[in-house]
Design a protein around this ligand. Sequence first.
Ligand code: SAH
Ligand code: SF4
Length: 352
Amino acid sequence: MTNLVGKPPAEIQRELAPYCDRPFRSRQVAHWIVQRHATSFDEMTNLPADLRRRLQRLFTIHDPELVESTASGDGARKFLFALDDGASVEGVAMPEDRKLTLCLSSQAGCALGCRFCVTGVLGAGRNLRPDEIVGQYRVMLQVSGGDSERVNIVFMGMGEPLLNTDHLGTALDVLGERVSPKRITVSTAGILPGIRWLAARERRPKLAISLNAPDQERRAEIMPISRRYPLDELMREVRSFPLERGRRVTFEYVLIRGFNDAAADASLLVRLLAGIPSKVNVIPLNEDPDHLAGWRPPEPETVDRFGRALAEAGLTVTVRWSRGRDVAAACGQLKGRRLRDVSIAPTHAGPS
Ligand code: SAH
Ligand code: SF4
């Protein structure tokens, strides 16, 4: 059966047209699914019951299965989703003032192997389909009781979104029906062709770059992708990225004790970002003794000093202690545990 989640309205209408006697019926269904986040045909009360029954036999409205959700003391909530083929991904919902930020995964793992990142350490995973990307948004919004008017979406979960541009593009089209592109941020480790792809999009989301080191040598040490796409080329690409009025490029800088946290590193960073309308997110490394043995965040005073040095040099800085530390739910610290690690009843017998 065809899943209607993750399809743009025009495509839903095309799919349904042969089964609806009047064109506005398929428009209504598309509206229910994309705009109103309907999860079943039963909700579509303005549709005749016989049409609903017919569509139910032909189409599904299927989101990734929510296996577990864990609240943390600071209000962040981590979600573990099971995908149909047994892969699993995580998302995070973070309420902030009257807004809700949803952190989505784009792949069920990550092949880029950044050494400070649990997802990277655990290794590659397949690209998520548009329904699996949009489905995370639908489920987290519903569970959080959020209002899509006040949602921010960040692609800072598992995976490298710009290595999944086909499906990301469709997901952005669908999400863009409800959420303005200025409230959607795509974070990348620096995939140059992907950044060019994003730059060429008509309804462009915001760009975030995971920088994490102030020079090429150290960046390549912790982010192997920097050998393929070196820092100077990355910065050149970012400088030519088209920015709508008032927009800035976000730079994420994970602070690692004794590695990239010196006063001299703050100065290098200031020089690197000179002239770019930017916002720097300083993120003290989120520890994980199981997967990131030996990697530590700096002392809080060092974090403060680093952030202050950037601010004093005129940069816009936020120090972002990863949300949901007590449940290791930090966006960017996601594992997508294998389902066998989670106590749910299997729906079919596996190999013995
Ligand atoms: N692959 C994309 C998006 C997902 S990673 C990217 O790299 O941008 C999202 C963010 O999580 C990145 O900025 C990364 O630097 C951050 N991150 C990864 N591991 C982390 C850790 N251990 N502590 C804090 N932030 C981390
Ligand atoms: Fe992949 Fe981003 Fe983690 Fe690097 S930081 S391994 S690119 S998810």
